[in-house]
Structure formats: C-alpha cells, structure tokens
Write a protein that binds this ligand. Structure first.
Ligand code: GLA
Length: 401
C-alpha cells in the first residue's frame, strides 16, 4: 500500500514537472505588445554615448514633455552599456557610465511609471563590439529579470553561422524561463525574413530592414561596403507586401523614429510619423526628449495619429495606390472606419485622391472625413476624397461611414 502511495506521488510530481517544462514558450510573449510598443531608444541620437545620468534625465523628460501621457512607456538603452563579463560569465555594465549598476536605472524608470528596455546581441559581440549573448542566454535572462528589464532588443552582429530562427527561439525560451514578462524585439534587419517565423518563436516585433538614417529618401552603403542605411522612404518601400504578417503581439518593425533629429523638415517628419502609424509600427522615438522644439513635440504626441498606430484591431496598413510619386496608404480600423494617408513624394505640391473602392468601400457610400493633423472635421464625401498635398508631405485622415 505504502509502496503504491509513494509510486503515485512520485508519478504525480513527475507529470507536473514535465507539464511545467513543456509549457508553450510563446505563452508569455503572446500577452505582450498587443498594440505596437511605444517608447524611446538611445541609439539614433546618442549611439554609444549612454550613461545613467542621461537615461534618468530622458525618463524625466518623457514624463514632463507629455510623451508619457501620449502613450510612450519604454525607456530603452541600446548598445554600449556593457563592457565585459566577470569570471563567472556575468555581463558587466560600464562602471564609469553606470556607476550604480543597471537595477538602479531600472528602478528609477519604474518609479516614474515607465518600463525599462535593454539591448544585447545573438552573436559573440554586439554591433559596437561589446560582449554579445551567445552561450550566455539563460544567464543573461536571469540577470535582466533581476534588473527589472521589460524589453530586450536582440541584435544580429557577429553571428557567423548561427541560424536566426533557432537563435531567437533560444533567447525567447531563456527570457520566459526567467519568469518575467519581457518583450522581445528581434533586430535581424530582415535578412532571414523574420516576418515568416518571428511570431512562431515568440518575437513581439522584428526589424524588416537595415538601419534607418535621418533623411527623406535613398540608401547608402556602410563603410565596409555592405548594404545599407536607409532613408525614410527606402524603409517604407521595403514594407510593401508584409502587412499580413503583423497583428496584436507581433509587429513588423521598420526601425526607430528619426523625428526631431534634424535631417528632415517638419513636413517630412510629419510624413514619417504618419506612415509609421499607418504601418502599425512600434513608435520608438530616437531624439533628445529633453530638448524638443514645440513642433517636434506636437508631431510625436499627436494623439489622433497615435490612435491609428495603436488601433486595437492591429491590422497593418497598405499602399493601395501608387501613381509615380503620389501614393495612397489605407488601414482598416477596429470601428470599421479607415485611416488614409495621401503621400506626395515629389518636389512640387500635388492633388492626391483616395477612391472609396481602394479603401474597400462601395462608391455610393457617404462617409465623414476628419483631418488628423489639422484636427478638423472636413465634412461628408461620396466616392472619393481629394486633397492638395505639399511636396514631401502627407494629408492624413480617417474616413468613417
Ligand atoms: C545595429 C542595429 C541598430 C543599433 C546598432 C547598435 O546596427 O540595427 O539599431 O542597435 O546595431 O550597435
């Protein structure tokens, strides 16, 4: 009797352990980023010039500038916070730039009601040559969880023969085993088409292209001859055909915002921000939030445009018409209305029209049109909506039957 009892207890414990271990690793990730993540990241403006002091002041500025109220929540430190590993293999933060360690930084960010993001790399070294995560995935995940990390951007430099899908599945499993819910941002530049497998491995967002650069159009090769840093429109063109892969919890990531970094006009930044909202893109600001002109703050905190980005249906918009440099982008929203961006890529002002047919509406439908930059109801229209669009500008509206 006693032997049978011990046998069944042992069997019970065994079954529970096996079922715990075999829990779907994507279970945690599928509850995260149900709308595209919003936040700030250090790389576009500061590159390796990161420090505790700067990150604290940026978190303060996120609150004071109204960015937090507009929905931004992640404060993400990119490359160069790390310098080495100790004799036990633990990742070591730069003691000069982060003298109190990373947990103190995370605690401060959390004390403001914000979330803490960090960066590492699937290979031996990060893109800036700092220690990467390869072989330390579980150790790092435990460390990040202990620091209170809520978001990990995982890069793809120095990965030699690694398989991308397997590498990102591995870091997701490691993050989940830490017990902390951590958003996984796959930064693999689209090389192995992460839109085909990113959701399956529990990625919450995946870069679809090489890095953005702070300019309107064009591509430049990197100094080593590899391709490419991308102007804003070059990134947009690379999103065509990817919309069906995005949805709540798993987003195409056309890279971080350049709004406010000085390389584009305000009109071009409005177009950049509008297109990111049409694309259901993560809105990760990349400028200095402590020092924003009102025009830049108004772009980044336009609540009507942000509401399009954050629409709970999570359906990414698509280019529904292209006549040379004049384009119409449309996105279905949760309430059945459409967000529409009329884009003029040319060097002269032009009239651009969105036909109801292109929006999936019958021609006779009468629908209300609201301008999301002018914050103005434009009236009711049938068949189409036309507007004159400035050079390098957008008119962005909602069309509501
Ligand atoms: C890569 C990424 C960038 C940035 C840098 C950091 O280029 O794509 O977004 O993280 O590395 O070194």
């Amino acid at each position: 009797m006693k032997t049978r009892f011990v046998f069944f207890v042992t069997l019970g414990v065994f079954v529970s352990v096996v079922s715990l271990l075999s829990q779907d690793n994507s279970a945690i990730s599928s509850t995260l980023a149900l709308t595209p993540p919003m936040g700030w990241n250090s790389w576009n403006k500061f590159a390796c010039n990161v420090s505790e002091e700067m990150i604290r002041s940026m978190a303060d500025a996120m609150v004071k500038s109204g960015m937090k109220d507009a929905g931004y929540e992640y404060v993400n430190i990119d490359d160069c916070w790390q310098v080495s590993r100790d004799s036990n293999g633990n990742i070591v933060a730069d003691p000069l730039r982060f003298p109190h360690g990373m947990k103190v930084v995370g605690d401060y960010i959390h004390s403001l009601g914000l979330k803490f993001g960090i960066y590492s790399d699937a290979g031996l070294k990060t893109c800036a040559g700092r220690p990467g995560g390869l072989g330390h995935e579980y150790q790092d995940a435990i460390q990040y969880a202990a620091w209170g990390v809520d978001y990990l951007k995982y890069d793809w430099c120095n990965t030699t023969t690694q398989d991308a899908k397997a590498s990102y599945a591995n870091i997701r499993a490691a993050l989940d085993s830490s017990g902390r819910a951590i958003v996984l941002s796959i930064c693999e530049w689209g090389t192995a088409k992460p839109w085909l497998w990113g959701k399956e491995v529990g990625g919450n967002l995946w870069r679809t292209t090489g890095d953005i650069s702070d300019k309107w159009a064009g591509q430049n090769k990197w100094p080593d001859g590899s391709c490419c840093s991308n102007g804003m429109l070059a990134i947009v063109d690379q999103q065509v055909g990817l919309a069906s892969y995005a949805g709540p919890g798993h987003w195409n990531d056309p890279d971080m915002l350049e709004v406010g970094n000085g390389g584009m006009t305000d009109a071009e930044y409005r177009a950049h921000f509008s297109l990111w909202a049409m694309l259901a893109a993560p809105l990760i600001a990349g400028n200095d939030l402590r020092d924003m002109r009102p025009e830049i703050r108004d772009i980044l905190t336009n609540k009507e445009v942000i509401a399009v980005d954050q629409d709970p249906l999570g359906r990414e918009g698509e280019r529904v018409r292209k006549n040379g440099d004049l384009e119409v982008w449309a996105r279905q929203l949760n309430d059945g209305s459409r967000a529409v961006a009329l884009l003029n890529r040319s060097s002269a002002g032009a009239e651009v029209s969105a036909n109801w047919e292109d929006l999936g509406y019958p021609e006779h439908l009468r629908a209300s049109v609201r301008d999301l930059w002018q914050h103005d109801d434009l009236g009711k229209f049938s068949g189409k909506f036309s507007a004159s669009v400035a050079s390098h500008g957008v008119v962005m509206v909602t069309v509501t039957p």
